[in-house]
Write a protein that binds this ligand. Sequence first.
Ligand code: HEM
Length: 421
Amino acid sequence: MTGATPQQQQPPFKPADVLDARIMGDERTMYALFDYLRSNDPVARVEHPDYRPFWSLSRYDDIKRIGSENDRFLSAPRTVLVPAAFEEALLERFGTRNGLETLIHMDRPKHLKLRRVTREWFLPRSIASLTAEVQALSKEFVDKMQDMGSECDFVRDIALLYPLRIILSILGLPREAEATMLKLTQELFGGQDPSLQRGEGETAGLEVLNDFGAFFSEVIEDRKKNPKDDLATVLANAEVDGEPMNVLDQASYFIITATAGHDTTSATIGGGMKALLEYPGQLALWRDRPDIDSGAAREIIRWVSPVRHMVRTATEDLELHGRQIRAGDNIALWYPAANRDPEAFDHPNRLDLQRDPKAQLAFGYGSHMCLGQHLAALEVSCFFRELLPRLKHMELAGDPEWVKAIFVGGLKSLPVRYTLD
Ligand code: HEM
């Protein structure tokens, strides 16, 4: 028989595949899906029985534009894609479908006022003053790899713990808080992954948020009574418009700082290690060239793009590539798709540590652009600066495994075998 069967003529993907955590939880299929959407359906309408409908953008220019026009495309009331049933449970419990009200969920004017509370702490010069501490922690973790002998699970033993320790240190929380924070963050972000989920259904998700709130309420009470030189003290005693910040805003602020501050960077370091093993020439280049540290770290961040999406809500009608978006419609911005757009990057699927680091969109763009971006870049560059010159050899010692998630994604396991100096 000749010719294609009807099955072969089916498109390989459909727009609703962005909601399939198995497709999104695997690097190769996720990028194949985005390549398909970018070429065939760049403003895709997504309909799915478990989610409210939305538009899905996969081209760099569109994502940059919608992400940065913050007065026309709002971050509230729908910031991240979660199942409609969970949104309803959040609405009932907290009065909004987002549940939390953190910086990422807010718009002007409140967003600017609250962002100002910690702005100073995350400016390049403040972050640069942490360099010695971040270097010391990098050394501690590379020493740990050495102490473990010649094999480890690079994600579980190193990448998950190193950024967590740094953000907890900035917040001023003790090392004993690490296990609790790691578990709660994984339960929050790994929502679709059975191995990370707390349990089935909406109640489990609400419990995670409650536990976060309870944990940070204690910290807030403590820092009000015993102020220290840490970010927790700044958040506990902050005033907005001359009034103390309210308790829900405070707890939400802690949650966004603590969670956004480590899972993303962990995913970047884990995915970055895998990428460097796949590109030994780039690994050798970085090892020998400390002068490219900062740009190389940002290329690794482009490569991994751990935040898969954010959602905006249109305040007015808009026509985009022939599709009619209406006021009130939700639009998902897929950052990994933007970061592999061939219109924006030469050979986007090639790791190139000397590429112009400014273009990448992994931190978003506009007034919500990642507050922790300088810290994230410092953590990535210090870690690989410590590891690479000491690394004589490294290879995979098993199959990498991915977190099944559509919001913050990355590896959950990377078994490696190595020789370290
Ligand atoms: C490679 C690591 C990281 C990536 C890829 C990343 C990515 C992002 C993205 C995409 C946004 C949302 C932008 C938007 O809605 O337009 C964001 C916001 C944010 N990130 Fe990061 N992030 C990283 C690391 C960090 C770190 C280390 C911190 C430290 C605390 C942090 C704190 C925040 C905060 C507080 C916001 C909310 C900012 C706002 O809405 O004004 N992030 N990040």
